[in-house]
Ligand binder design. Structure first.
Ligand code: SAJ
Length: 407
């Protein structure tokens, strides 16, 4: 049977391609006409290791793309799940719009699989009432499944194939049927559970990482306050068989780790002291970088922010996604505190997003005295020789401590 994948962004597209490559009959649907015409012209919409090859294989296997929802009995929904900026609660609009459109098109006995990350309870609170309101019976006309994605940008294709997955379903038989489809490409363990457990486990996975990064970031601040080398200290502590501290950095970006913990804080405000603190620590890192930069500018008597360059605009290494990027957060803070003019360069970002963005690396280097390494893209590792004579604030511990300032 045919599967209609709804939403062809960072998650929906690789998933659709991977399924198609492995023999599932797939139509990818997105309401964005420009995106569909690009895909139909064999053009990709973002960069990701191995995506081009996978795309070619999927096209050879017959994947098609459309702006229309298909008439079928299985849908996978991978649409954005943003949060409302003031209360940080999930905004389920895109998911609900997709489900509503499915209901207008679907055949009998339809399975709707939601892959988008959603706040625990979203299916009970929003999706079930919508389906009932439209006159369908859940468990008879419509079967609901939550199969949250787990792939990491930068290594998505590999992780699609090898990660374990969770399938939350109301009905074990339906869960098993969906599991068989995912097993067409997924070599990891596929765990069957109920929908709420699937929602919650996905959100706590990202929360776990956020809390652990916050621990590393707090250590960086403690060590800075007393002039200790946090990287050396973490390296030594991690020799302990049960200690595995993550790396401090200029902030936590991306649309997952910096967002999902808020769903828990929003719904359980009295029970989330640790999770809220972690969010605050990670969100404070751009400010910490800014303070470090101010100190370094004073020390070297650099007064003109126009001579400062930020290397990196994406949210992390070797991706072209800028959502919740620490550099964007830093620039926001700068506008409040200091005169503007700082230069920004990122080899992955080819369109203008911020003031004073430079598109040529040599030009960026030639016009700056202080460079803040916000990201350690492979591109920078290959070009380190070009920045050796600069004053460098290295938030990613790429360089020798003798030749650079650290967080
Ligand atoms: N970061 C640090 N220090 C670290 C590790 C990461 O500061 O030691 C920063 C990164 O620079 C970045 C942010 O954290 O700004 C998040 O990056 P990430 O690589 O940890 O994770 P994401 O957001 O790209 O992907 C996460 C993954 N979740 C987990 O590892 C638990 C991925 O598996 C999920 O599929 C994805 O969220 C998602 O879509 O939910």
């Amino acid at each position: 049977n045919k599967v209609n994948v709804i939403g062809l962004g960072y998650i929906g597209l690789p998933t659709a391609l991977m399924m198609a490559k492995n023999g599932v009959d797939i139509v990818g649907t997105d309401i964005n006409e420009a995106l569909i015409s690009k895909l139909a012209n064999n053009e990709l919409t973002f960069e990701e290791k191995g995506l081009k090859e996978l795309f070619k294989d999927a096209v050879d296997e017959g994947i098609t793309f459309s702006t229309e929802y298909q008439k079928t009995d299985m849908y996978i929904v991978g649409v954005p799940t943003p949060y409302v900026s003031d209360n940080k609660k999930l905004d389920p609009t895109y998911v609900l719009t997709a489900v509503e459109s499915i209901l207008k098109n679907c055949m009998e006995n339809t399975v709707i699989i939601i892959e988008s990350t959603i706040a625990p309870g979203t299916i009970d609170k929003f999706v079930r009432p919508l389906i009932k309101e439209k006159g369908f019976t859940i468990g008879k006309d419509i079967h609901l499944v939550h199969a949250p994605e787990r792939i990491i940008p930068g290594n998505m294709i590999y992780e699609l194939e090898y990660n374990s997955r969770t399938i939350g379903a109301d009905d074990v038989e339906v869960g098993q049927k969906v599991k068989d489809i995912y097993a067409s490409f997924c070599k990891g363990e596929i765990v069957l559970t109920d929908i709420r457990s699937a929602e919650m486990s996905k959100v706590i996975e990202n929360t776990f990482r956020d809390v652990n990064i916050a621990f590393a970031n707090e250590l960086a601040k403690i060590c800075r306050s007393d002039d200790m080398d946090v990287y050396e200290i973490i390296r030594i502590a991690n020799k302990h068989p049960r200690v595995n501290i993550l790396q401090p950095g200029p902030g936590v970006g991306g649309h997952c780790i910096s967002v999902d913990p808020w769903f828990l804080v929003g719904d359980y405000p009295d029970l989330t002291n640790l999770i809220l603190s972690a969010r605050k620590i990670n969100d404070s890192m751009p400010e910490h970088v800014l303070k470090r930069l101010g100190d370094i500018m004073n020390e070297h008597n650099v007064k003109d922010l126009g001579r400062v360059g930020l290397y990196g605009l994406a949210y992390k290494e070797n991706v072209d996604d800028t959502r919740e990027s620490p550099t964007l957060q830093l620039l926001d803070k700068m506008q409040d505190n200091l005169a503007f003019g700082v230069k920004v360069y990122d080899p992955f970002i080819k369109e203008k997003m911020v003031e004073n963005q430079v598109f040529d690396f040599d030009e960026f280097v030639d016009n700056t005295d202080i460079i803040v390494i916000m990201l350690a893209h492979d591109h920078l590792k290959e070009n380190l020789g070009k920045i050796t004579d600069k004053i460098i604030l290295d938030t990613k511990n790429l360089l020798d401590p003798e030749t650079s300032y650290k967080l």
